[in-house]
Unconditional design. Structure first.
Length: 159
């Protein structure tokens, strides 16, 4: 069980607390895992997507992992000293969310904005933990991890 700390303007304090609890077994670490979140406009995320990925389009979420090989391995502060902040937290990465795109997708999929926003943050955090969805087996594994966390938030697909 690991302690997660979410900072930023994407989720409310109550949503952050609930999500941190739902993530507790998503990784093993000897220090709190910090994830920075930021909400961007469509123009801002499009520019960031173009600059960092070479894709000139609006996207819903972008992740910027700080650690290599985090998936399935213990995350130890002494092995990732460059990512440990002054409070002893290990920076796992950053997640940028486009609220406009999240609202559009919530309407498109017929569920709440809260569910879509939380799903996208979970998706971004899992990328920071080393999950991916390039291959079909990776996609199944990531989707299963997403659904497990979303159900703990009472925001499963049926919500």
């Amino acid at each position: 069980m690991s302690k997660f700390v979410l900072e930023g303007d994407v989720l409310t304090e109550a949503e952050r607390e609930k999500l941190c609890g739902a993530l507790s077994d998503a990784a093993q670490a000897d220090a709190p895992l910090l994830i920075e979140t930021v909400s961007l406009s469509a123009a801002e995320i499009r520019a960031l997507n173009a600059r960092t990925r070479g894709v000139d389009s609006v996207t819903d979420v972008l992740s910027f992992p700080e650690l290599e090989g985090a998936k399935g391995a213990p995350i130890l502060a002494d092995e990732h000293g460059e990512c440990v902040d002054e409070e002893g937290r290990i920076l796992l990465g950053s997640v940028a969310l486009c609220e406009e795109r999240a609202r559009e997708q919530a309407a498109e999929y017929g569920h709440s904005y809260e569910r879509e926003k939380c799903y996208l943050v979970v998706h971004g955090i899992l990328h920071c933990l080393g999950y991916d969805h390039e291959r079909e087996d990776e996609k199944r594994e990531m989707r299963a991890a997403e659904e497990k966390i979303m159900k703990r938030l009472d925001l499963g697909r049926e919500e």
